[in-house]
Design a protein around this ligand. Structure first.
Ligand SMILES: [Zn+2]
Length: 116
């Protein structure tokens, strides 16, 4: 690998790490619209077979799925946090590819080249 290519990769890595350090709000999980019953005995909506749409964030950890109910404003926040998580994951993968290229002195492997 040419020295100029190494410099370019190191610079790219630095930029990615700087961008990563700026993101604070992130979480793993999925924001989904769940339809559920409220189980109030006199709820006409549930009695009629209609259900209550409710935004939730589901996060699986250690084989268990945690469900966080998102009222009102928290939906957008949660969506942004999940999106940030995926963005960061992609950047981490990119830094990993750069590091592998620098380690092996070969050009950056294609995306997914060393994924299992
Ligand atoms: Zn109901």
């Amino acid at each position: 690998m040419l020295d100029s290519e190494k410099r370019r990769l190191r610079l790219k890595r630095t930029l990615l790490l700087k961008k990563l350090a700026k993101i604070r709000d992130f979480t793993r999980g999925s924001v989904v619209l769940m339809k559920r019953r409220c189980y109030r005995p006199n709820c006409r909506r549930c009695a009629s077979g209609e259900v209550h749409p409710t935004w939730v964030l589901t996060v699986s950890t250690g084989g268990k799925t945690r469900t966080v109910y998102l009222g009102g404003k928290r939906v957008d926040d949660a969506k942004r946090m999940v999106e940030n998580y995926h963005t960061m994951q992609a950047w981490i993968e990119e830094v990993g590819r750069i590091n592998l290229a620098l380690l092996t002195n070969k050009s950056v492997p294609k995306k997914g080249a060393y994924d299992e």
